[in-house]
Ligand binder design. Structure first.
Ligand code: 3H9
Length: 646
């Protein structure tokens, strides 16, 4: 039974129990509908509390049902039915009341919550608008401005903020059910507030809508739903309730069947599947109480910060006292930045730092469960580190390398206990970027692999298992993408036109601006290292620029020119001259042709990666591109966009 009814004297308590997140499946909708009828007919009942079992209040419509024809009772009708009940309903919220869950709560006469709860309308993240009165009731409850921010951002708000916004009526500590029942009982002695649908909206003026549309368009970066949601909110503030509701429903149904919604749903489920891969379902990961990080540079300090955010004590190893001090300074810089951006309190930053033992002494690693190496990307340097680790650490300590393109088999070669060796490839800045490529070598044990995934869960990252090849999944696709972008230049397409086309596709930056930001020398040095090792690596256009000292923004010029202190890229006559003899005039290409050429190349590389077994699924390749390389989420990733599934 997904819904049960209990009694506390004259108060009925309706409990939803539909794990994992109490989504509004057809069975739940029907049972709630029946509960309204049953309790209306019961003369002993004077008020109703709606509460949920498990980790959360109702987290929304059941997204798994979106592909199927909707079955009555439809959610908007259920919300109306609850609102029209003869007995006042109080929603008692813990965990999250999201989307349809919050819409059900708005159908109730009152909403109360525990202080840790949050409420929100995240539908735009799924490429849709709220479809059961979220855009129509929220402005009536909290005013248009609050409704706009809640609905168009999709970001939930915590209970305390929800209270000040007028979204909920009370916040409690302690036993939610007892407090909610007491609240509902107490409310019986007061005049009932009008139902939300009967409240008035103060319509904002034209300037408000014009300015908001500008801001929402900018933040949406090509996603359709936020603007359509704004449109619904405007309709709600200017039309009668029923008309606005019909408009919202029509928009919801249209978007539900859109390409963007299909892409965002695929990403939603892929993200949830990634941390718990089926092939490791029965494998117990190792517990992690203490972690070592080797190297206090940008990457090592970022990894240390991520570990501290998850509450793990860290031993940060550097070569000597000077390097230790530098590593600590890097770490302080990261925490100070987080404090400045409001991500971390001063007190938490101090505590984070106190949990780091920074030293040059490998003996401090004696009781570490896991050590992550993040030193200079050079095979001999890394091998020397691992030679020290195997003597300094416990024989069963898991040893990980953060290499982004070296072969982890060569790094681990000859080490005792290779079953505990693994690649954990973080992306910079490691305390911010969600992606983690997990790269086992052939000897890596399932326990070690499962521990890599467990670490990712602890750090709230999206782990993707990758096989061994140059660049693993992400950097291999990046290399192909850049090579194809250069191929377009050779065919006479200007640098700025390629970048503009990829921005129009939804990337924050095109391939050339991105290289100027990160530095052209990084990939150049990798190519040089490969050449020195005897590999055939043809000259790239990037090589020509680096040879002339054009390494990107940091040298005042790369693919573009930059004026002093300015990050604005300006097309460069110098670059045109440097590359002139490599360019052959070809037919013009419009933005769509450019982006489909480049995305097509990414898809093709992804297919090769799949065929070679380097990635386990196309959805995981998409996660790598979205979370590591800025691929627009609403496009679903290069594989989804290219029609590759599975
Ligand atoms: C909506 O409501 C539209 C309406 O306006 C109108 C309709 C007419 N459906 O995230 P987790 C599964 S749109 C089905 O790891 P957490 C998820 O796949 C909806 N399944 O847990 C996973 O399954 P599995 C608006 C769902 O504790 C499991 O639950 N609502 C749904 O870290 C655990 O998920 C949202 O967008 C769903 N709606 O976080 C809320 N949600 O175990 C989306 C989750 O098999 N959900 N699952 O892999 C969330 O944000 C988080 O799940 C939540 C819990 C914060 C609730």
């Amino acid at each position: 039974m997904p819904v049960t009814i209990a009694r506390d004297a004259e108060i009925a308590v309706v409990s939803v129990d539909n794990p994992p997140v109490n989504a509004l499946s057809h069975a739940v909708r029907q049972a709630l509908w029946d509960a309204v009828d049953q309790l209306d007919a019961d003369p002993q009942v004077r008020a109703v509390v709606l509460i949920c079992a498990g980790r959360t209040f109702i987290a929304g419509a059941d997204v798994r049902e979106f592909g199927q024809p909707p079955q009555p009772p439809h959610l908007p009708d259920l919300v109306d039915h609850i609102e029209a009940a003869q007995k006042p309903w109080t929603a008692a919220i813990h965990g999250s009341a999201l989307g349809g869950g919050f819409e059900v709560a708005m159908g109730c006469r009152f909403r109360v919550a525990v202080s840790t709860a949050s409420v929100g309308l995240p539908e735009v993240n799924l490429g849709i608008v709220p479809g059961a009165s979220g855009t129509v009731r929220t402005p009536r409850l909290a005013g248009v401005e609050s409704a706009v921010s809640l609905v168009t951002s999709g970001k939930p708000v915590k209970a305390a903020k929800a209270l000040t916004m007028g979204l909920i009526d009370a916040v409690f500590e302690g036993d939610l059910q007892a407090n909610a029942v007491a609240f509902a009982r107490d409310a019986l002695s007061r005049d009932l507030p009008p139902p939300v649908s009967a409240r008035q909206i103060e319509a904002p003026d034209e300037t408000f809508w014009a300015e908001t549309a500008k801001a929402v368009t900018k933040a949406a970066k090509g996603a359709e739903a936020p603007l359509r949601a704004l449109d619904c909110l405007r309709k709600a503030s200017e039309s009668p309730f029923a008309e606005a509701l019909a408009y919202e429903r029509k928009t919801f149904l249209e978007l539900r069947d859109s390409d963007q919604a299909a892409a965002l749903r695929a990403v939603f489920f892929a993200e949830r599947a990634a941390p718990r891969p089926a092939h490791l379902k029965d494998v117990e990961p190792r517990g992690l109480k203490k972690v070592g990080v080797i190297g206090g540079g940008t990457m090592g300090a970022g990894i240390t910060a991520a570990l501290r955010d998850a509450g793990l004590p860290v031993v940060l190893i550097e070569q000597d006292d000077k390097a230790v001090a530098k590593g600590l300074a890097n770490l302080r810089g990261i925490f100070a930045g987080a404090v400045k951006r409001g991500r971390l309190s001063e007190a938490a930053a101090t505590e984070h730092l106190a949990g780091v033992t920074a030293t040059a002494d490998y003996a401090e690693l004696a009781d570490a469960d896991l050590v992550i190496e993040a030193v200079f990307e050079e095979i001999e340097v890394k091998r020397a580190v691992f030679a020290r680790l195997v003597t300094a650490c416990r024989p069963d300590a898991i040893l990980a390398t953060n290499t982004s393109y070296l072969d982890p088999r060569l790094i681990a070669e000859g080490l005792p206990g290779p079953d505990r060796f693994i690649g954990l490839h973080f992306f910079s800045p490691a305390n911010v970027m969600k992606l983690m490529e997990i790269v086992p070598i052939p000897e890596t044990s399932d326990e070690t692999l499962a521990t890599g995934f467990a670490l990712a869960r602890l750090l709230r990252k999206i782990p993707v298992q990758a096989g061994i090849c140059e660049g693993f999944i992400g950097n291999r696709i990046l290399k192909r993408y850049r090579a194809e972008a250069e191929a377009l230049l050779r065919r006479g397409i200007p640098v700025a036109q390629v970048d503009a086309a990829m921005r129009a596709y939804g990337f924050a930056m095109g391939p050339f601006e991105a290289q100027d930001l990160g530095g052209l020398d990084i990939a150049y040095l990798q190519r040089e290292a490969a050449r020195k090792a005897g590999a055939e690596v043809p000259e790239t256009l990037g090589d020509i620029l680096v040879h002339k000292g054009r390494k990107g923004q940091k040298t005042g010029g790369g693919w573009y020119d930059y004026e002093d202190g300015d990050r604005h890229p300006r097309p460069s006559a110098t670059v045109d001259a440097l590359l002139a003899d490599r360019i052959e005039a070809g037919p013009a290409m419009d933005a769509d042709a450019i982006s489909s050429h480049l995305v097509g190349a990414m898809t093709a590389e992804g297919q090769a990666i799949l065929a070679e077994g380097i990635a386990r699924s196309s959805a995981e390749i998409d996660l790598v591109e979205i979370h590591g390389y800025g691929f627009p989420r609403w496009r679903g990733g290069p594989m989804f966009a290219g029609g590759v599934r599975g």
